[in-house]
Design a protein around this ligand. Structure first.
Ligand SMILES: *Cc1c(COP(=O)(O)O)cnc(C)c1O
Length: 218
């Protein structure tokens, strides 16, 4: 099987699995971290337009080769924001008001912004606590340039995905009462995107189910 056939097959499976849960369209973001630009090019040829990266350097490099809608979903470092906002048009991982202040100063174009919510107290995988979420949402929603898209979350590894995503749905429903326009939900990865969609995800971020396994720590 060629690499293109392999990716096409995986992509078809993921798309069918999504369609099996909901009839409405869900934005499928192909997470291309650690994979070469040649794979991104193949995805593009197969009709994928949304690509996700966790690291500024990788995103900058691949987005220069393959145009599309590029999503940044990694931990934000202040000194990388100028570069990140030059190639990404969507940020999934805002969890700190100071980072948004920098974005307002340095971003060369309007961004769509998800706020990352932590589902555990430890904030291990990033994310704002529910207590900090509303302040952050107010800041972003007051911007005349950038758009508050909604919420994003990565469930704690030890947590059952169904439990995590039903908890997230509760947080989101409450959030929508205050920010009704911010109705996107970025949730779901290779192991759990069907569960996330059944709990309302509008954007799923899928890497290994499409492109194969990465080294364990990424
Ligand atoms: C790596 C990563 C993904 C994709 O993970 P897979 O299990 O490969 O689908 C999604 N979201 C975030 C934040 C990630 O870091």
């Amino acid at each position: 099987m060629s690499r293109k056939e392999e990716i096409a097959h995986n992509l078809e499976t993921v798309r069918a699995n999504i369609a099996a849960v909901v009839a409405h369209p869900v934005t499928l973001i192909a997470v291309t971290k650690t994979f070469p630009a040649s794979d991104v090019q193949i995805l593009k040829e197969l009709g994928v337009i949304d690509f996700g990266e966790n690291r500024d350097s990788e995103g900058a490099e691949k987005s220069a080769v393959v145009p599309g809608t590029w999503h940044f979903q990694g931990q934000i470092q202040s000194n990388k924001l100028k570069s990140i906002t030059s190639w990404a048009s969507v940020i999934h991982s805002l969890d700190d008001p100071r980072h948004f202040e920098i974005i307002e100063k340095v971003a060369p174009h309007p961004l769509s912004i998800f706020l990352q919510v932590s589902l555990d107290g430890a904030h291990n995988r990033g994310g704002a606590g529910v207590d900090q979420l509303y302040h952050l949402a107010e800041l972003v929603s007051e911007s005349t340039v950038h758009t508050l898209a909604g919420l994003m979350s990565v469930p704690p590894v030890e947590m059952d995905p169904d439990m995590a995503y039903s908890q997230l749905a509760v947080i989101r429903n409450e959030f929508l009462l205050r920010f009704p326009a911010a109705n996107s939900l970025s949730a779901g990865m290779s192991g759990d995107y069907q569960s996330a969609i059944s709990h309302g995800a509008t954007h799923v971020r899928v890497g290994s189910s499409i492109l194969g396994s990465r080294s364990p720590h990424r």
